[in-house]
Ligand binder design. Structure first.
Ligand code: GRF
Length: 201
């Protein structure tokens, strides 16, 4: 399975995917890392690991559609089967999502459907919830929506700050994104309406 990872900055989830794919017999390979931001720290890591990188800066385009057309052209050129969004901070149009239907994954740092959108950790702490976590899901046109592939829960502790909680969750993100990618690449997951189901062994 040929995978493109889309990032906007740090790229630690991208790194966890690259490392997972480097293990022998992993059913997917990262063929490119794309960033909409030239300054993304993750680009350096990808280049150092001999992965082709490409910057497609949304600010170079007149509108969302032409940006996405360029993105689709590039990904199609490389024969990409699956797109992994990993801290990619652009909303994608319904056209783009439908063009790649069931072939885009995203990771979000909450237990969806709770806490979609931004400032997730702050909102989780303020809610008084005892647990939060992270979710890998298939992407649908609505933001942070789509069939869930994997989740991990972590506790919210009394003295948590946003940074402490974010770090606790990120550790789990780095475990479940490679796991979710493996499940999808191995075709162990099938989509049934709004839900993703794990096939029986
Ligand atoms: C992660 O918390 C991810 O869940 C969210 O943005 C952050 C990106 O971190 N969508 P990184 O760039 O993967 O390090």
């Amino acid at each position: 399975l040929r995978v493109a990872v889309l990032i906007s900055s740090r790229g630690s989830n991208m790194q966890s995917l690259v490392k997972a794919c480097a293990v022998e017999n992993f059913p997917a390979e990262i063929v490119t890392v794309v960033s909409n931001n030239l300054e993304a720290a993750g680009l350096k890591f990808a280049a150092e690991n001999s992965i082709s990188t490409r910057v497609i800066d949304h600010r170079d385009f007149d509108d969302r559609e032409s940006f996405e057309t360029q993105l689709t052209e590039y990904l199609a050129e490389l024969d990409v089967d699956l797109i992994c969004l990993a801290g990619f901070m652009r909303l994608l149009t319904a056209d783009f999502v439908n063009r790649w239907r069931d072939r885009i994954l995203n990771i979000h740092p909450s237990l969806l459907p709770a806490f979609k959108g931004l400032h997730v950790h702050e909102r989780a702490i303020e809610s008084g919830a005892r647990f939060t976590g992270c979710t890998v899901h298939f992407v649908r046109p609505e933001m942070d929506d789509g069939p869930i592939i994997a989740q991990a829960a972590v506790p919210i502790l009394q003295d948590d700050t946003v940074d402490i909680l974010a770090a606790r969750i990120l550790e789990q993100e780095h475990l479940i994104y490679p796991l979710a990618l493996r499940l999808v690449a191995d075709k162990q997951i099938r989509i049934s309406g709004p839900i993703a189901i794990l096939n029986e062994a």
